[in-house]
Ligand binder design. Structure first.
Ligand code: SF4
Ligand code: SF4
Length: 272
């Protein structure tokens, strides 16, 4: 299926053409009202995690979902550019995150306050952070739970989600623009699944950047490990002292660690 980077090479007319595919329209139209029920099913399945090998269940769900969708992780700056580049006649709709409808109370707080410098996971992110675009916006926007918003309103939401340490990722469904999710590892099914299968998700694609750390500048505050939703950073005891360990293979390129590092020890570099 087409990736976000292939989509980025298309011009506006080609992006619009993808949206008018009647089969795609029909499938999105059928899926939109069913999404809460689909998530009900997934969560009942996950509730049985004590009985079934969780890793296997997540792998099956991930491979199944990847037949129709994929999502690419972005830095805040990239998602701002993406939003500004949405063709003007594509509708944008905002509604409740289907994952958080189920997980918010069960799994606890999932957001932080980056601006205040409080990096404890002390907040619950808001429910209405699911963004649908173009055909998806038309189909989801007709549901009572969704409202149409402008690009400026979406840019304000992006800022708000960034300040809460949520990861922006752009969804492609059946090969065209579909939506933007704002995820955390505490609440979002694809992220939970990805952690369970150790970064081998076929649904979540790594972004075009990678975090590079200058160990000489690092003073070991550990903020970066707190904000990484992918488990790419941890503190491993070495001679009785915790030492930052970075697993680059698990870095998806969200850039949050670079934002919170008080020593400016982290730079986002091109992955390619
Ligand atoms: S290491 Fe940094 S850039 Fe990479 S996924 Fe974790 S927080 Fe995001
Ligand atoms: S936030 Fe920066 S200084 Fe703190 S542990 Fe991470 S890299 Fe080191």
């Amino acid at each position: 299926m087409r990736s976000l980077w292939e989509l980025a090479r298309l011009n506006t007319a080609q992006r619009k053409e993808l949206q008018v595919n009647p089969v795609r329209k029909m499938m999105i139209g059928a899926y939109a009202p069913c999404e809460p029920a689909v998530m009900d099913g997934i969560f009942s399945f996950l509730d049985s995690e004590k009985k079934y090998p969780l890793k296997t269940i997540h792998k099956i769900m991930d491979r199944f979902a990847s037949m129709t969708i994929n999502t690419t992780v972005m830095t805040y700056e990239e998602v701002v550019d993406f939003v500004k580049g949405i063709p003007d006649d594509f509708k944008i709709a905002k509604g409740p995150c289907a994952c958080r409808l189920h997980t918010a109370e069960d799994l606890g707080p999932d957001a932080i306050d980056i601006e205040a410098g409080e990096l404890d996971f002390c907040q619950q992110s808001p429910l209405n952070v699911d963004i649908q675009i173009a055909t998806c916006a038309e189909k989801f926007g007709s549901l009572d739970t969704y409202e149409y918003i402008t690009k400026d309103e979406l840019l304000r939401l992006e800022k708000e989600c960034h300040n809460m340490g949520l990861v922006p990722n752009v969804y492609m469904m059946f090969g065209g623009d579909a939506g933007i999710c704002h995820c955390s590892s505490a609440t979002c099914v694809p992220f939970i699944a990805n952690r369970a299968i150790k970064g081998k998700s076929s649904v979540i694609k790594r972004g075009q950047y990678l975090a590079s750390t200058d160990s000489k500048q690092c003073d070991g505050t550990g903020y970066c490990a707190k904000v990484c939703h992918f488990g790419a950073r941890s503190f491993v005891p070495e001679n009785g002292v915790g030492k930052l360990h970075v697993n680059k293979a698990l870095c998806y390129g969200c850039g949050l660690c670079a934002v919170v590092c008080p020593q400016n020890a982290i730079t986002m570099v091109s992955r390619f």
